[in-house]
Design a binder for this molecule. Structure first.
Ligand code: FAD
Length: 315
């Protein structure tokens, strides 16, 4: 068996694939360009506040994801926020528990994949990536947003054009920290507005410090597109002004930062759960295959790994 798989991207899709492969005894190395795991299930700790500036919560529709969420709840890594589920103490918290056995190579932006006689080699902008074994992999799973997956698959000599069919809306996220509670009357709000789509009091989530307020504001897709190339300072100031006008909140914030998600929410999914080329041993997965949800990313990665393993995972 002794298979060693490379998974590019440690968001929910890559973690779900790594989890299933690892459970079947395959070695897995996860590569991610960020410092932490979880991708858009992200938590930023800054200025004494904790913000989930990407995915706000997740829901469970299918049995496989529900089983995982029940397990993570039992481990204290997931809790309830109203009817919905959130990571404890932040959205990124469950990530490491999904693939504890995987080797993680973080802050590594994979730029190309090359197939040689001994398997796949992974290269980053800085050059070939040194890993255990002889530096080659049995197979590769590309688990990054579709626009980032397309050039990686092309570098691998793969002429599947499916990734180009999926599209995303961007999202600017504003994080506001207040030392005292604000006058906001609701913990989550979807205003009817052209600029702001969502306002959440993150400290109303379970396990958070509730002495001050940690507010996350998400811009609408239209506003985010229009301001896509703004600096974080420009987008942050404009969204903050809009937040004040909408809510009437006048308290001075202790912390303000904006983050741009260039690929935030899937608008047009592929419509197939994953891509898999068995002869090349090259696959791709992500929310873009199914839809704009954490569970869709899980389903995509988990189904791809199941297809790779086939009916006899112990083989
Ligand atoms: P990602 O989480 O994007 O993971 C991909 C990973 O690949 C990232 O960690 C990235 O760093 C890495 N990567 C990319 N390129 C490279 C490279 N070249 N080399 C190495 N690593 C690379 N979903 C919900 O269910 N509920 C919500 O409330 C919700 N709200 C959202 C709000 C916002 C603002 C955003 C941005 C998303 C939201 N989502 C929500 C969607 C949800 O976050 C995603 O569907 C899901 O997390 C996607 O997982 P993924 O693994 O497919 O991709």
């Amino acid at each position: 068996m002794n298979e060693h798989w490379a998974v590019i991207g440690a968001g929910m899709a890559g973690l779900a694939a790594a989890r299933r492969l690892g459970a079947a005894g395959r070695s897995v190395t996860l590569f991610d360009k960020s410092r932490g795991l979880g991708g858009r299930m992200a938590t930023r700790r800054a200025g004494g506040f904790r913000f989930d500036h990407g995915a706000q919560y997740f829901t469970t529709r299918g049995e496989r994801f529900r089983e995982l969420v029940t397990r993570l709840t039992g481990e204290g890594l997931v809790g309830r926020w109203g009817e919905d589920h959130v990571g404890l103490p932040g959205m990124s918290a469950p990530a490491r528990a999904l693939a504890p056995q995987a080797t993680v190579v973080s802050e590594c932006t994979v730029s190309s994949l090359t197939r040689g006689s001994h398997g796949w080699a992974v290269s980053a902008a800085e050059g070939p990536v040194a890993t255990e074994g002889n530096g080659t992999f049995t197979g590769v799973i590309v688990a990054v947003p579709a626009p980032q997956a397309a050039p990686l698959l092309a570098s691998a000599g793969c002429n599947w054009a499916g990734a180009a069919r999926a599209t995303y809306a961007p999202c600017w996220a504003l994080m506001l920290g207040f030392q005292a509670r604000t006058a906001l009357t609701q913990d989550r709000l979807r205003p009817q507005d052209t600029a702001i789509a969502w306002i959440a009091r993150d400290n109303s989530k379970p396990g958070r410090d509730a002495s001050g307020d940690a507010i996350v504001v998400h811009a609408t897709p239209g506003w985010s597109r229009e301001h896509l190339e703004d600096t974080p300072e420009q987008a942050g100031a404009a969204l903050h002004a809009r937040f004040r006008a909408l809510t009437g909140e006048t308290a001075e914030q202790a912390f303000l930062a904006a983050h741009r998600w260039r690929y935030a929410l899937v608008e047009q999914p592929l419509g197939e759960a994953f891509f898999w080329d068995p002869s090349a041993r090259l696959g791709a997965c992500g929310d873009w295959c199914i839809g704009p949800r954490v569970e869709a990313a899980f389903d995509s990665g988990d189904s791809l790994a199941a297809a790779i393993l086939g009916p006899d995972p112990a083989r």
